[in-house]
Design a binder for this molecule. Sequence first.
Ligand code: SAM
Length: 415
Amino acid sequence: SKTSDKLSEFLESGVYRLEDSNAVFIDPVRVLNRSYTRFRVSPSAYYSRSFDSKHAGQEARVSSNFRKRKRKEKKPQPLNDRERAADQRHQEVRPFLLKAHESLVRATELLEVVSNLKGNLCPSTSSPGAEQSLVELGRVWQAPLYEITLNFHPNDNAREDGGAPTIQYDEQRAFPVFNNLVVNETSEDVEAELLNSRYILPPESSFYMSDLGQIHNLIPAESDCGFNLIVIDPPWENGSARQKQRYSTLPNRYFLSLPVKQICHTDGALVALWVTNREKLRGFVEKELFPAWGVKYVATFFWLKVKADGSLISDLDLFHHRPYECLLLGLVHGKVTDSKQLSSTKPILLDNQIMLSIPGGYSRKPPIAGLLHEYAPRLQRGRCIELFAREMTAGWISWGNEPLHFQESINFMKT
Ligand code: SAM
């Protein structure tokens, strides 16, 4: 069958602009793979949760239980003030989300590819827990002694006896892995070794693995060395005890002291904050957190989660199980944002932009670095940082207590 220009562009970029709405469909695997040189993110590892029939069934059961319970409760409970505010927020964005989803359903050529995004690969046998131990290792007194070895400039040497080629490296360097900025400054993927695990570091990427207590080390000595684009996905506390936590969470007040203002570039910065749908949290961000950081709210983007068949992961109107998450965008003013030079960067005119994708691992957000780039205030090449990151991005610094989580080699294939 004939492939449209739009579809072939999607196959290249991983981004498909949907008709008649402020929405894009994203294939995170394709987006991520644009920046890797020697390795490929494995679709079966990325999508293991969404395509795994066992998990898909669980999600379905959760929603039907909700529905059953709803039906039994004959008389509708009156909403309290907070619930009413949450519902109003939902009603405001609902038409945009519906329109975006309808556009996806109409994009039949895209859906055909989407249903097969995972490919025909074997399900990956992931080894959970390995990363958790790095979080714990960072806390022991010996933490400063642990080193990660970066292997630069590989030589694939064919063996004379015809056996499997052995890889040799022209250069190996070891760095303290905790409380230290580890940098791959090359334009190639780099393989790294730590204890018994291997990790793949994308080109021109860095990580700083530490606890929140050490975050002040990210504050640049010179204010014009700060960041123009800051993505933050905090470990918000989750009200529902039913939800299994894969990482430890922190009370809201801890985030008030994040040095967002101090790590911003003097030109100004775009701050993108992932939030949950809890109304109490939204109030906290608007009234306390953004003001404390010196961030001025600008717009909200939405991540609408779909299944491989294009349907939403849960009913759009399920109160406690929304199929979307919100990304709040704000600006920290600086030299550029205050002057007319801002016109050189695309202003955020579009509120309610929607990104659709099939979710990856638990709480893993889609890669939006590219989408945000065009909105960040900057004069030259921008500097970018992700806080509470669990993966690395080409051209970015990743900070958190487990920034290597999704960089483990089980998530990759050799090209
Ligand atoms: N954006 C990530 C992704 O897409 O995979 C998910 C981030 S998750 C919501 C929050 C992260 O904060 C987890 O990796 C967790 O381990 C980390 N975290 C929790 N407490 C921390 C602390 N005290 N210091 C540093 N990181 C912490």
